[in-house]
Write a protein that binds this ligand. Sequence first.
Ligand code: DC
Length: 212
Amino acid sequence: MVIAIDGPAGAGKSSVARAVAAELGFTYLDSGAMYRCVALAAVEAGVDLDDGATLGPLAGGLEIELDGRRALLGGRDVTPQIRGRDVTAAASRVSVHPEVREAMVARQRQLVAAGNYVAEGRDIGTVVSPEAPLKVFLTASDEERAHRRAAETGDDFESVLDAQRRRDARDTAREHGALRAAEDAVELDTSSMSLEEVTGRVVAMARQRGLT
Ligand code: DC
């Protein structure tokens, strides 16, 4: 069973999903880390990031393990590498290809079928688990999201905002697995909410729905 937490970058998905999972005793799944691993592998292999036909089989053949904190690619700890600026930009490009998405969605479905998960991403409630009993769509203003990211990375606000707008545009415009709220998702604007407040709301909804 899965609680789906979707939304754009910087809306608070990772922190909220992690905290909700800890509170409920569920496993946390960071689907973005999987796309980041594909991006890293593609960059390392020198594959053209626009070449979906080559990226699909590459993605399908990768050994990706996530334990909630670390990401392992073929057994190698790549946790810091997948958070770098270049891999972040590359992840946004590789994730538009349906061949890559199919490979990742299949794995994500396999994982969540085998336990209780809080999964975060862009398409968990719409594509990976449309049957999820609780779907949350987190948003926040562009500026607030960029402020959070800049505080985290130490990068300058304007360049973070600019890169974020480009990633948002690619996420929402792509044909497959586009970023959008499922019709039955609960939308929460986290711009002026604390992590504790958002987590509390999601945990309360999970309990109300008898998921724990
Ligand atoms: O959430 P994140 O920033 O770690 O995601 C990295 C990239 O992967 C981002 O460009 C969007 C993409 N992504 C996706 O297309 N589908 C998902 N379910 C999760 C992430």
